[in-house]
Design a protein around this ligand. Structure first.
Ligand SMILES: Nc1ncnc2c1ncn2[C@@H]1O[C@H](COP(=O)(O)OP(=O)(O)OP(=O)(O)O)[C@@H](O)[C@H]1O
Ligand SMILES: O=P(O)(O)OC[C@H]1O[C@H](OP(=O)(O)OP(=O)(O)O)[C@H](O)[C@@H]1O
Length: 213
């Protein structure tokens, strides 16, 4: 039975390579240099499909891929329906943060009960965070370049991923609140796990053994 693994290009693909190697899987091509969306491997029974990071849970949910690797951010926004999440892979690590333009008094705005405009690619995470704090917000959904929003008056604050902090710094922004730690997880289609148990379980075991703490 063929095993299909959904991955996104870039950091997740790169950081997944050692885990795949531990399971005896080597991609035949690198997605960065190939236009192909289905990539074979050294194992005739394993193929990779290359999709947008935020589409990985959808492919796995509907069984178009048996396994996938997705960030906790993406999984929370997706909701996780139909997905088994057996393993935190400890890769693509970063933090979900609230950030504002330098000089904006975030604490005062929150204290005064002002209604804040929040630009983000992660509306679910943002909504839950501010609801838990009892802060009223209008969420403005963006698909990228969130850092621009406070600089041009689109939003008071952003909810975005931060790793080194250099993107915030380059745009005169300051992180004011930590929401959650993010890393990527292995996701498995629940039906596939039963039907293809003999193929999937050794891959899960190999990944678990190769996760760095
Ligand atoms: N700067 C970062 N450092 C470490 N991990 C990150 C960083 N930015 C994002 N991530 C994590 O890596 C995952 C994949 O990020 P990537 O940049 O490949 O896709 P994306 O551009 O966020 O998604 P899409 O292409 O679907 O819009 C994210 O979902 C997140 O969990
Ligand atoms: O704190 P830093 O180390 O600067 O990382 C943070 C940046 O990383 C992510 O963008 P990414 O590099 O994935 O660019 P993209 O969203 O345009 O793919 C995220 O959206 C931030 O903009």
């Amino acid at each position: 039975m063929t095993l299909t693994i959904a991955l996104s290009k870039g950091r997740i693909f790169e950081e997944t390579l050692p885990l795949l190697a531990a399971a005896g899987i080597e991609p035949a091509e690198a997605p960065e240099s190939s236009r192909k969306l289905i990539i074979g491997t050294n194992r005739p029974d394993v193929r990779l499909v290359i999709v947008r990071a935020s589409d990985v849970p959808t492919y796995v949910q509907y069984g178009a891929a048996d396994l996938g690797i997705a960030g906790r951010d993406v999984l929370i926004e997706h909701g996780g329906a139909g997905l088994y999440q057996p393993l935190d892979l400890n890769i693509a690590k970063c933090k979900m943060m609230v950030a504002v333009e330098n000089g904006f008094d975030y604490d005062a705005a929150v204290k005064h009960g002002a209604r804040l405009k929040i630009a983000t690619k992660y509306p679910q995470i943002a909504r839950e965070h501010f609801a838990a704090k009892g802060v009223h917000v209008d969420i403005i959904k963006l698909y990228g370049s969130m850092e621009l929003a406070p600089l041009v008056g689109l939003a008071d604050a952003i909810v975005d991923l931060v790793s080194t902090g250099s993107t915030l710094k380059a745009n005169n922004l300051l992180a004011v609140e930590h929401i959650i730690d993010i890393s990527s997880r292995l996701v498995v289609n629940q039906a596939a796990l039963k039907l293809k148990y003999d193929t999937i379980q050794p891959v899960l075991d190999a990944f678990a053994g190769a996760v760095s703490q």
